[in-house]
Each structure stands twice: as structure tokens, then as C-alpha cells.
Design a protein around this ligand. Sequence first.
Ligand code: SF4
Length: 224
Amino acid sequence: MIYNKDMQKIKRKSLLYKSGVEYADYGLNHAEGCSHGCTYPCYAMMMKKRCGIINTYKEWRTPKIVSNALELLEKEIPKYKDDIKYVFLCFATDPFMYQQKEIGDLSLKIIKRLNQDELKSICISKGVYPKELAKKDVYGYKNEYGSTIVSISESFRKKHEPFAAPIKERIKALKYLHDLYFGRLGQSVDPIKQERIILSEAEQEAIEELKKEKLKEEVKKNDK
Ligand code: SF4
């Protein structure tokens, strides 16, 4: 894992915000930009460009960390906690950017802090979830972790999500949490364009794995 000690820092005036999305009523973004650099293109990057916050793809791919995120959270949790059902990480960046340890570490601290006040978090990432999240006594067990998988083809991933984690690494990390964890996990399989994908044996295995995990998730939901 790469620790980027030179990562640029920014300060924000606020962190938690009401999202207006039904599955996660609050959100937060503790980084500006995303090193995954998806080329679909990325909606968050387009919005930031439109607002004049960033100008180039290179700038978007060079994330800046919100250095006062924990400080803001400390002030904002008492203000909003009675209103919050879920906090979403993140609508405009990725909380576990691949090989960006500094961002991932801050995400862990944020989740831990939210959980201390029994505030649940929903994370979605194209990175690799750290094993540490399986510590139920630290992170609680009601969080939800998901991975967006647009295609199971690695060549597709390399072309369209050039700096995100390889698909197998994402699935492996989710499986690790799944096996040890009682929280909800999920894969969001979102095909975005049609193209003929020739699957290798390993990729077919990955699909089968995905199907099994999805099935288990359904069974779990029905058991509740
Ligand atoms: S992972 Fe999400 S936020 Fe990051 S570049 Fe890709 S689409 Fe954008």
C-alpha cells in the first residue's frame, strides 16, 4: 500500500450534508478528486469541472485530502445525529482509493467515529476494503460495504477504470469481510455499455463467485 506523504491538503467549512438520496440520507466527501480516473466519464469529475473546482483530468486524478474532516465531524455529529439514518461515503470521491493509504486511513477513522455514535455508514468503492473493517468491536456491524463492478473483464477495467483496483482484488476483499463480518456487503454490477467481452476461465469463475455472493446476500435479507 502506498502512503503518499506529499498528498495535498485542503480545509473545508463543513463535511456532513443532506443528500436527498433515499438509501443514504446524509453524505460526506473527505477528499477532492479521485485517483481512479474512470473514463466513462466520471460524473463527479464533470460536476467539479463545471463548477470550476478542477480544470483537468490530471488534477482530478491527484486527490487532495480534507485535513480538518475529523474536526468537522466532531462538531457536526451532535448537530445532525438525531436526523441521520445512514452516512454515505462518498458521492463525489472514493473512500478507499486504490493504493492511497492516507485516504483509506482517514475513511477508517471517519467510519469509526460515526459508529461510536451508532451512526451507520454505507461505503461504495472501486478500491480494496481493508481487513481492519472486520473488527466488529471497533467498526460496529451495521455498516454496508459495496463495490461497483461495471464489468468483470480486466481489459475493460484497465481501459475504463485505469487506476482502480483489479476486479479480483475487490471481490477478494469483499469476500474476506463477508466471511468474517455480519454487516451488509454487496456488489453493484452496473454494465454501462454493450461490447463483446471474451471471458477467460478465471473471469468466469469470478462471475460464479459474484452470483454466489449475491445469492447469499438475498438469503440473508430474507432471513431478517
Ligand atoms: S471511482 Fe468513482 S469517483 Fe473515482 S473516478 Fe471512478 S467514477 Fe469517479
